[in-house]
Write a protein that binds this ligand. Structure first.
Ligand SMILES: NC(=O)c1ccc[n+]([C@@H]2O[C@H](COP(=O)([O-])OP(=O)(O)OC[C@H]3O[C@@H](n4cnc5c(N)ncnc54)[C@H](O)[C@@H]3O)[C@@H](O)[C@H]2O)c1
Length: 276
């Protein structure tokens, strides 16, 4: 019995050049899935694909803009032609925007909603149509701590968009689970990536503030999503749908007045690849 076997399944993963998208792609390929990898950084996605082809998987790449419904429709037509099915969607890529609410330009708000709400929904819709026809499939939407709590620090547009990702997940799960299509959301706390590292470099107090909210005592790493990705893509999670899953080292469970039981044990400001 292998509860987590993904052989014969096809996954579509966005943001696969780096970060959580790349980690998701690695996890799925290691458990047997063939993949369509998406990233506007096509060379980066191709690097990930080349690594995973060494495992014997069929891995294709696309530079589809996952903020644009028309590009997304074309991408899924290509998936139909190349693979003939889609079993899992890792709905991961999508830019936010930082800016004080009192100065937030409506155009920036609209772009953020386009990236994270329209883009994610469009991906769900195209994948969902195919999964419903198959009678089976699983979608993993990436939300954020900002989906259900307020971060401050100029996150108003991002929070509004990520809040919608959680409601999108609940609605689609409610509409589709009885037809075999499961939809779940993962809410990460701070996971190291180049833009987070740059923000922590700009504000030397930021990392310690993040860590005060993470009882597990370290920031997230892209690889932290690997287990969840395999679980949600596999039949092991057959009865899990509409779940809003924190991936946050205990952040959301802790009241603002809660005291972490111990001091942070890992402090790593930069990804190893970024060390000068
Ligand atoms: N890193 C965190 O702390 C964190 C926490 C919560 C939520 N998130 C969200 O998770 C998602 C992934 O985060 P990450 O840290 O892995 O990001 P990352 O910046 O490391 O990687 C994102 C990848 O997506 C690609 N991409 C972005 N927009 C695209 C588009 N429109 N079309 C095609 N490719 C696109 C980029 O080229 C990049 O390779 C983002 O939506 C982010 O907001 C991140």
């Amino acid at each position: 019995m292998n509860l987590f076997d993904l052989s014969g399944k096809v996954g579509v993963v966005s943001g696969a050049a780096q970060g959580m998208g790349q980690a998701t792609a690695r996890a799925l390929a290691n458990y047997g899935a063939d993949l369509m990898l998406i990233d506007r950084n096509l060379a980066g996605a191709e690097n990930t694909a080349e690594e995973l082809r060494q495992l014997g998987r069929n891995v294709l790449v696309s530079d589809c803009n996952v903020s644009d419904p028309e590009s997304i429709r074309a991408l899924f037509k290509r998936v139909d032609g190349e693979f003939g099915r889609v079993d899992f969607l890792g709905n991961i890529a999508g830019d936010g925007h930082l800016g004080n609410p009192e100065a937030l330009a409506i155009a920036d708000l609209e772009r953020t909603l386009q990236n994270l709400v329209i883009g994610r929904f469009s991906m769900c819709q195209e994948a969902g149509i195919r999964m419903l026809a198959q009678g089976k499939g699983s979608i993993m939407n990436i939300g954020s701590l900002a989906s259900i709590t307020a971060l401050g620090r100029g996150h108003a547009a991002y929070s509004m968009a990520m809040g919608a990702v959680v409601q999108m997940t609940r609605e689609l799960s409610t509409e589709w689970s009885h037809r075999g299509v499961r939809v779940n959301a993962v809410l990460p706390a701070q996971v190291l990536n180049p833009s987070l590292s740059a923000r922590m470099a700009d504000d030397p107090t930021l990392e310690a503030r993040f860590l005060k909210g993470i009882p597990a005592g370290r920031l997230g790493r892209p690889a932290d999503i690997m287990g969840l990705a395999v679980l949600l893509a596999s039949d092991a999670s057959e009865w899990i749908s509409g779940a809003i899953i924190a991936m946050d080292g205990g952040n959301l469970a802790m009241n603002a007045g809660g005291t972490p039981g111990h001091q942070p044990h890992v402090v790593q400001t930069f990804l190893p690849s970024e060390k000068k």
